[in-house]
Design a protein around this ligand. Structure first.
Ligand SMILES: [Zn+2]
Length: 328
């Protein structure tokens, strides 16, 4: 099957010289701005199965994860913050698509297929239909799609074993969008009742609306150093070493869109997403130099809630989408 268009622009000739992201890179967390924090907490706990990790004293920000805080450290996958004032037009029409660069969806990666089966059964019984988006088989993975009360897109998926993935060229992965075989998922797995996210759950990737695919590609491939792993009509996929994608970009809502309003605290949507890179002493400096060399400015004004991230900074992509790098 050759459903992935060949990308003739992606010459590998410069690849040896360019900056390459650390292969152990991963998405650390996603930070969303929501119109009603308590509603969103209820949604992410009861419908998705997140657990509360920490709630700030002033109640304007909450940290959710896949397990409750324990001695082995607290890790939040999703940070929710309350916007300052509610623009009623944002929430009064849930079908309204924001014409703004930002989040298409963030994707929650389940460690085993049986968890996807029990999650599917759980949402069939408990998800209000207005939050349901669809499902798909992407060859490398099986995915369910929904959105939260503020229309922030969510994917919940599991990966097929990497030995089943098809690589079509150096760092080029075969992915498709086909109907999910629901019967097979629900019949072939012995799964129990949904009990919330397993502790090995992570954020597998983020998928972004951008205004310009080549500019986004320059940023995610050349500046961050990810491999361009696949192209769909209107979309590109990027990953660190041997994953199918950690970041995707698309222009499916058009190219004439507003920049992301990351720091506008009266808009719902993506505040930022965070990429964690294991620090090998000069990793932070070499990425910083790579950013500065590409004309990207570094923002070290960490949010108050992120002072705990000692070795961290923000950058903004071409569309104003805010990215935090965490070195640990
Ligand atoms: Zn996705």
């Amino acid at each position: 099957m050759r459903n992935i268009p060949v990308d003739h622009n992606n010459s590998n000739s410069n690849e040896d010289n360019r900056f390459v992201a650390n292969p152990s890179l991963r998405i650390d967390h996603v930070h969303l701005k929501v119109s009603n924090l308590q509603n969103s907490i209820d949604f992410y706990q009861s419908v998705l199965g997140f657990r509360m990790v920490q709630k700030s004293l002033d109640n304007n920000i909450s940290y959710l994860g896949s397990y409750e805080p324990g001695l082995d450290g607290v890790s939040s996958l999703l940070v929710l913050s309350q916007i300052e004032s509610v623009d009623s037009s944002v929430t009064s029409n849930p079908s309204k698509i924001k014409r703004e660069a930002g989040l298409y969806h963030f994707a929650v990666l389940l460690p085993e297929r049986k968890f996807l089966a029990s999650f599917l059964q759980h949402i069939q019984e408990n998800l209000k239909p207005q939050y349901y988006e669809g499902m798909a088989d992407h060859a490398v993975s099986e995915s369910l799609y929904l959105h939260d009360p503020d229309n922030n897109g969510i994917e919940v998926y599991h990966d097929r074993h990497p030995s089943e993935w098809k690589w079509t060229g150096p760092n080029k992965i075969h992915m498709v969008t086909e109907p999910l075989n629901v019967k097979n998922l629900l019949n072939s797995e012995s799964y129990g009742t949904w009990k919330g996210f397993h502790k090995k759950t992570s954020i597998g990737h983020v998928h972004l609306h951008v205004s310009n695919l080549p500019k986004a590609k320059k940023f995610y491939q050349d500046t961050i150093g990810l491999y361009h792993t696949a192209a769909y009509p209107g979309a590109n996929f990027f990953a660190a070493d041997s994953y199918h994608h950690h970041v995707a970009t698309n222009t499916w809502i058009g190219t004439n869109i507003l920049p992301n309003s990351a720091n506008n605290l009266s808009n719902v949507g993506l505040d930022h997403f965070a990429i964690q890179i294991p620090d090998n002493k000069n990793g932070k400096d070499s990425l910083k130099n790579q950013m500065i060399g590409n004309g990207i400015s570094i923002d070290e004004n960490l949010l108050e809630s992120e002072y705990r991230e000692e070795s961290s900074f923000y950058v903004y992509d071409h569309d104003g989408i805010k990215i935090q790098f965490i070195f640990s």
